[in-house]
Ligand binder design. Structure first.
Ligand code: ATP
Ligand code: MG
Length: 252
């Protein structure tokens, strides 16, 4: 019997469009902003999937829609049109409270600007993340700081930490409750080369521990660490298959 084997490219296109194995699945997702200057279509019918455990880099020039996309995946914003499923759930159907709970369980955020509370210690900043999970477990907060190599800096204020250390506190905070998805918007954008290397190593560890990582970056070295690139241009999405190679536009 002749069995037609799927080509590697077929498989990759399937990987990009099969919602059943996806932890993040977008179907024709559009986000428009209405401003004084008219309507801006920041994301234009984006359709792709990310499977559990993948590390994906989102790339593209300034204004191409990267943060818009990350805010949608992070359930901080809702699509104007289209469907978005996170871990199988249609987030459009959730109430604001359900969405807050869902986000806290599923997603850890790592920002370029760290967003640490300046008058709280590293430990207290991580404890604060637990507040949003309605839990307080000092041991877990300390373990999270240990996980990023900052056990010895727990009592330091952000101003008493280097930029790289502040970003590691931000990562420790994102790891509270061990969310399956980590969303990072320019995680090394404010770091020097030495600290970038440390944060890159941490993300590699977290990826090998099974976290799905979606990372916006302008830095080709950081993007090269990811298994796949999703490139944005004027709000439109182009995906690279696993391991680099030619750009393919996913079927709609
Ligand atoms: N609240 C808003 N109101 C109106 N337009 C907006 C708003 N937020 C973003 N935009 C527009 O949407 C487009 C995409 O913005 P977005 O912030 O997603 O870009 P980006 O790729 O993250 O850029 P950068 O690399 O500079 O961070 C831009 O043209 C921007 O001007
Ligand atoms: Mg941005």
């Amino acid at each position: 019997m002749m069995v037609k084997e799927n080509s590697a490219m077929d498989n990759l296109v399937n990987l990009g469009t099969r919602p059943d194995c996806a932890v993040i699945a977008l179907n024709a997702v559009t986000r428009e902003y209405a401003g004084h200057a008219g309507v801006v279509r920041a994301l234009d019918r984006a359709s792709f999937s990310i499977v559990a455990g993948e590390w994906v880099a989102i790339t593209g020039p300034s204004g191409s829609g990267k943060s818009t996309l990350v805010n949608l995946i992070g359930c901080l914003d809702r699509p104007t049109e289209g469907q978005l499923r996170i871990d199988g759930a249609d987030v459009a159907t959730m109430s604001a409270n359900e969405l807050d709970r869902f986000r806290a369980d599923k997603i850890g955020f790592i920002f370029q600007q760290f967003h640490l509370i300046p008058y709280l210690s590293a430990f207290e900043n991580v404890m604060l993340a637990q507040y949003f999970h309605s839990m307080t477990d000092e041991k877990e907060a300390r373990a999270s700081l240990e996980r990023v190599g900052l056990g010895q800096r727990a009592e330091h204020l952000p101003s008493e930490l280097s930029g790289g250390e502040q970003q590691r506190v931000c990562i420790a905070r994102a790891l509270i409750n061990n969310p399956p998805i980590l969303l990072a918007d320019e995680p090394t954008g404010n770091l020097d080369a030495a600290n970038q290397k440390i944060v890159a190593g941490l993300l590699q560890d977290l990826h090998s521990q099974g976290h799905t990582i979606v990372m916006v970056t302008h830095d080709p070295e950081m993007a090269a660490l990811a298994q796949r690139k999703i490139a944005l241009s004027h709000g439109k999405v182009f995906c690279h298959p696993v391991g680099g190679g030619p750009v393919i536009t996913l079927k709609r």
